[in-house]
Design a protein around this ligand. Structure first.
Ligand code: KIV
Ligand code: ZN
Length: 382
């Protein structure tokens, strides 16, 4: 089957950095940007230059350092924002300006206090102005998820005519169901003049836990770019997690897509982002959580010891995790105990194993996890 390339647009340093408490210093942003380039992302959204002098400096430094990846800066549909974004991107090899405006009834009425016609005018003016600064212009229709699809199509058609090269359809509030979001993308693909000349981008938020599902539904319906963050960090409940969408694409042969991401770097970059942003990853987070390849119940451990694929659909080494782990808890069985004992050079079988297991259960009922040292002490007495 012919496979289509999906552009990975990373917004860890912009939407991700909007997470409360996760703000980064310019040096930290540069460090992460370098790792994102090595990871193989196609676009790095480095920041929102007009928001502060520090962010301007960070975007400018990233633009100077990054060689092979597009560097993008965010702006509102305001000339001054766009000018400052262009200035920050001046030294980028591949600069992109990401500009846009709200298109939902709620945003138009309460935030922008503008009519639908005025919104189209402002959107077109912003894209035309950005196009004078750089060739690569991405337009975002903020809150597209709650926008009227027919009106959205009108806006998108107008900005394509004005020169947008990528059109971003954000589900800003994480509201859409996957079939609704997929339908929106399909509608644009079928009804907007010029849409085949541009890239449609999916930008999903996780307020209902649907950010990853919605991004996948988008590419199934014609989107060719996914906007995402490492560890799924971002405003409120976060954004689509890069490691999730990329691994879904890789694991499912029925999805005719590929990305340029070197997935073996996921574990390391996840740790880097968590440490720099002071934002620990939940243990049960898909792909990069500390429990993602940990097995603790007896039935699962027995299966894993016999063959890894009984309970794992991903080879841990493919995402940079050395190996699966067998965790000893009061739910573990004899097979796991014997396996872990062997790992520390102690072979136990038959009656010895029965005795060790009884002692182990008594200890495990009092302790959540039996660590290697505890295990060694316990087995020494057998
Ligand atoms: O969620 C959103 O709508 C955004 C835009 C600024 C692209 O982050
Ligand atoms: Zn967003």
């Amino acid at each position: 089957m012919q496979q289509k390339k999906i552009t990975i647009f990373d917004t860890t340093l912009r939407d991700g950095e909007q997470t409360p408490g996760c703000q980064l210093m310019p040096e930290q942003k540069i460090k992460i940007a370098q790792k994102l380039e090595a990871l193989g992302v196609d676009v790095i959204e480095a920041g929102f230059p007009i928001s502060s002098a520090g962010d301007f400096e960070a975007v400018q430094a990233i633009a100077q350092q990054i060689q092979s990846t597009t560097v993008c800066a965010l702006s509102r549909a305001i000339e001054e924002d766009i000018k400052v974004a262009a200035e920050a991107l001046k030294f980028a090899k591949f600069p992109r300006i990401h500009t846009g405006i709200g298109t939902s009834p709620t945003h138009m009425k309460y935030k922008l206090k503008a009519s639908p016609e005025q919104i189209i005018e402002r959107a077109v003016a912003a894209v035309s102005f950005a196009k004078k600064q750089v060739e690569d212009v991405e337009f975002y229709a903020e809150d597209a998820g709650r926008s009227d699809t027919v009106f959205l199509a009108k806006v998108i058609e107008a900005v394509i005519k004005a020169g947008a090269t990528t059109v971003n359809i954000p589900d800003t509030t994480g509201y859409c169901l996957p079939n609704e979001y997929g339908h929106k993308i399909a509608y644009l693909k079928q009804n907007v003049k010029g849409i085949d000349q541009v890239i449609i981008s999916a930008h999903c938020h996780n307020d209902l836990g649907l950010a990853t599902a919605n991004a996948i539904e988008a590419i199934k319906n014609g989107a060719e770019q996914i906007e995402c963050t490492i560890n799924g960090i971002g405003e409120r409940a976060g954004n689509t997690a890069m490691e999730e969408v990329v691994m879904i694409i890789n694991q499912h042969e029925s999805l005719p897509f590929y990305t340029n991401i070197d997935t073996t770097k996921f574990a390391a970059i996840s740790r880097l982002v968590a440490n720099q942003m002071n934002m620990p990853v939940q243990a049960n987070k898909a792909i990069i959580g500390s429990n993602a390849f940990a097995h603790s119940s007896g039935i699962h451990q027995d299966g894993i010891i016999k063959h890894r694929e009984t309970y794992e659909i991903i080879n841990p080494s493919s995402v940079g995790v050395e190996t699966s782990s067998i965790v000893l808890t009061a739910r573990s069985g004899r097979a796991a105990l014997a396996f872990r004992a062997k790992e520390i050079g102690m072979t136990i079988e038959g009656k010895e194993l029965d005795l060790a297991y009884q002692k182990f259960l008594i200890a495990a009922d009092q302790q959540k996890v039996i660590q290697q040292d505890d295990l060694y002490q316990l087995l020494k007495t057998i």
